[in-house]
Design a binder for this molecule. Structure first.
Ligand code: CDP
Length: 784
């Protein structure tokens, strides 16, 4: 009988996630688990109106409630120059409203009390006298002449326009369109949706009046960057601020921005001299924290009659809400939306984007997305589907004809990205074989003859993840590098400290595996620490799938740094020249005599006990890694749907997802990431919608109205892989965390359109609900 050798945790080993041990026992330590002696609680009074001038605020009744310690208003904050704060996109945002409220749910005043329920009850007693103004709820309405001015406090702001930004070559694109045999156009809307992490946002601010030290426990995806921004906004000395991100129950971009609640709780703790806790409830999270998407997009594809794409023209109008707070690199006004040429060898492209203020909560977080890549991927994949439909081509054929070919990498896109590596035809082939595509097309033709609606959706996405390089990408001026510090103790056990911060992605397991591969220390002997700014090296944090491309690379590089030093020590122990020392899986040996060897554990012990003359003691190091380029994961997703003509109900019968994220560190963790992303993509495509009525009331501020998919609704996922390593990443890995959320919505919607396209239906905007499908069928006389 074969004896199974336990996996050591090398790259490629699907070892179990270390962190799950505490999570499944209910022993995680989340923000709300933090309880400090003398801690007070904060509750926020929010605006019921989307747009209203504040005439007065009366806090007397709230102040009088027994247990209330303080009531904080914008006026009080203004005395400390804290009524407004900068946003991540260089705009300003009200911390507590002083002049006007600009979206429903905006923060107006806060109550600090000795009990969370007292704080909440008292917050409801704050009387605000509002003069209600006309609300602006769409960007089109916002840009009309004479629209109410939302940001009237901004000097020089005459209208609701925020930015205009372009990428690509307009003249070259116009030329391509002039030469085209035909142009295919698609207008589509990627609606506002919400990351909805299971754990909402919160803070426990603990400012020690004696020392001036501020310890801030925060649900932060980017604790180091937040520390610096806090220092700048609040004028606190940075060495006195310690941010601790405990375990986080999902972030998905929602925990990247700095929210007013964080600022007020910190200011209150500073003024009162006691710890202050603020934790949002579900509706507060859904109504006021970072939304995603809300892009109105119009794409035109210039084509030859044989299906070859010649040029792409895109216009996009984004709804940014009342404050432009998108979390994105400062040079890019619409994030990385200009990756919109996708997987195709498009020689000419031009992208024009505009943003508008509306009376909605500020949006623009990269919800499981690398700064608007999701919207871009959706548009191009939907547009290619439209082209296939109009030209009567198979959607796989048109893609195969236009894919960037494997030998074209590194490939410079028409909008300025250098794609690192890829093999798009292979990923598609693996997906087609897995699905049994040709057979299903035959079945579809048979069904169509009988009047039954069946569709096969295709999406072949390319992503751009892993920001920096720092010279092109920064957040609020901070270059987007990342870091890893590795300490190998005398007994050969190690601690790895990172600048990134997991919110459930399994970093404690996978980052240890990189050290295992590079140094040979078993993953079980490596403790991974993240999220405490006093005890981890500076980094920009975890979002936009950047942890593996940047923090993972830093981990490999610091391990190699230590390996170089370890070689010197091994040479000393083996009485050989350093040049003759070789390393293989945790063993150092003299070239040609593998039996004469020392383990990494022997060497670690010697680093503290038996060193060659002139060498510093210890086996520790730190690396700050600025990547030379982004990584470009890709994949092909295929979806099969059946549609009921009587109800418009769409049933997803099959979902095949083939992903290529380069070298997989832990295939099981990658698989988990893909399942999660496909579920979120399914929710966005079919269920989730935050919408607003004409007065700007937010509809969808609870989980009864905002429908998240459960295992009941979600289809079974069939996954596959190809591996095309990133040539510039030290271990060949690309990011993967968000690939499935980026790639899948278009595949789901394309499947629906594939089922009904022959009836003349070209588009149904997400979420593709039964009523919308039925209405579209009915319009074409095809509903039952
Ligand atoms: O930045 P974030 O952690 O959200 O995304 P990521 O870097 O794509 O990683 C998500 C999880 O998948 C982490 O635990 C990674 O280490 C793991 N992963 C992997 O095992 N192999 C890859 N090629 C990419 C990610």
């Amino acid at each position: 009988m074969a004896v199974e050798t336990p996996l050591k945790g090398n790259i490629g080993d699907s070892i179990k996630r270390k962190e799950d041990d505490r999570f499944i026992r209910g022993k995680g330590n989340y923000l709300d688990d933090v309880v400090l002696p003398g801690m007070l609680h904060m509750s926020i009074n929010r605006s019921p109106f989307a747009h209203a001038r504040i005439r007065s605020i009366n806090t007397a009744a709230a102040q009088a409630v027994p247990g209330v310690v303080a009531v904080v208003t914008g006026e009080l904050l203004a005395q400390h120059k804290l009524a407004w704060m900068p946003t991540l996109s260089g705009d300003t945002q009200a911390v507590l409203a002083t002049d006007k409220v600009r979206f429903q749910g905006q923060e107006v005043a806060c109550v600090i009390a000795n009990d969370p329920y007292v704080a909440r009850d008292a917050a409801a007693l704050i009387e605000v006298d509002y003069d209600v103004l006309t609300a602006v709820v769409t960007p089109q309405q916002a840009l009309q002449a004479g629209a109410p001015l939302i940001r009237d406090e901004k000097e020089g702001q005459k209208d609701n326009h925020i930015y205009h930004w372009e990428a690509g070559d307009k003249a070259k694109t116009d030329e391509a369109f002039a030469k085209a045999d035909r142009v295919v156009k698609l207008d589509t809307f990627y609606p506002r949706c919400h990351p909805s992490p299971l754990e909402t946002c919160g803070i426990v601010a603990d400012v020690n009046p004696a020392t001036g030290h501020a310890t801030l426990y925060m649900t932060s995806q980017a604790p180091h960057a937040h520390r610096t921004l806090f220092a700048i906004v609040a004028g606190l000395p940075e060495q006195n601020i310690r941010i601790i991100s405990p375990d986080i129950g999902g972030g998905f971009g929602n925990k990247v921005p700095i929210y007013p609640g964080y600022v007020v709780a910190t200011a209150a703790s500073l003024l009162i001299g006691k710890p202050v806790k603020w934790v949002e409830d579900r509706s507060e999270n859904l109504i006021s924290t970072g939304f995603a998407r809300d892009f109105h997009m119009s794409g035109e594809l210039a084509l030859r009659n044989d299906g070859r794409m010649l040029g792409l023209r895109v216009k996009m109008l984004s709804d940014n809400g009342a404050f432009y707070s998108d979390a994105q690199p400062t040079k890019f006004k619409a994030g990385l939306f200009h990756i919109v040429t996708g997987s195709y060898d498009l020689q000419a492209a031009h992208v024009e984007t505009d943003g508008a203020y509306t009376n909605k909560a500020p949006g623009g977080v990269a919800y499981r997305c690398s700064f608007r890549v999701t919207e871009a991927s959706y548009l191009i994949e939907r547009l290619v589907e439209s082209a296939a439909l109009e030209m009567n081509m198979d959607p796989t054929e048109i893609r195969l004809k236009n894919f960037i070919q494997p030998e074209q990498f590194p490939y410079m896109s028409a909008t300025g990205f250098e794609y690192d590596s890829g093999d798009y035809p292979r990923a598609m082939q693996v997906a087609l074989d897995k699905l049994g595509y040709q057979e299903l097309r035959k079945e579809q033709a048979e069904k169509r003859k009988k009047g039954e609606l069946m569709g096969i959706g295709v999406a072949s996405f390319t992503e751009v993840v892993g920001a920096g390089p720092g010279k092109h990408y920064d957040i609020a001026g901070l270059r987007m590098f990342d870091s890893a510090e590795l300490r190998v103790h005398p007994t050969g056990k190690a601690i790895l400290k990172l600048g990134v911060k997991s919110q459930g992605q399994g970093h404690e397991t996978t980052f240890a595996q990189i050290v295992t591969e590079e140094l040979g220390i078993p993953a079980a002997d490596i403790e991974v620490q993240e999220g405490d700014t006093d005890n981890t090296p500076y980094g920009l944090g975890t979002y936009a799938s950047r942890s593996t491309p940047v923090g993972g690379a830093a981990t490999a590089m610091v391990s190699r740094k230590l390996r170089d030093k370890a070689k010197k020590i091994a040479a000393h122990l083996l009485e050989a020249s350093e040049a003759d020392i070789e390393f293989d899986h945790g063993k150092f040996f003299v070239r040609g005599s593998p039996s004469k060897s020392k383990t990494i554990q022997d060497v670690a012990f010697a680093a503290y006990t038996n060193l060659p003359d002139g060498l510093e003691a210890g086996l520790e190091g730190v690396t700050y890694y600025d990547p030379p380029n982004m990584t470009f994961p890709f994949g092909t997703y295929l979806v099969v749907v059946d549609i009921d003509r009587g109800t418009g109900q769409v049933k997803v019968r099959r979902m095949v997802a083939v992903d290529d994220c380069g070298v997989r560190i832990n295939p099981m963790v990658v698989e988990g990431q893909i399942h999660g992303g496909l579920t979120e993509g399914f929710g966005i495509a079919f269920m989730e919608l935050i919408t607003f009525d004409e007065e700007g009331n937010c509809i969808g501020s609870n989980f009864t109205d905002y429908l998240l998919p459960t295992s009941w609704e979600t289809p079974k996922f069939e996954t596959g892989e190809t591996v095309t390593p990133s040539p510039h990443h030290p271990i060949g890995a690309k990011g993967v965390g968000e690939s499935a959320t980026v790639g899948s919505p278009a595949a789901y919607v394309n499947a629906v359109i594939d089922a009904v396209g022959h009836l003349g239906i070209r588009n149904i905007d997400m979420p593709v609900t039964s009523d919308k499908v039925w209405a579209a069928l009915n319009e074409k006389g095809a509903a039952e």
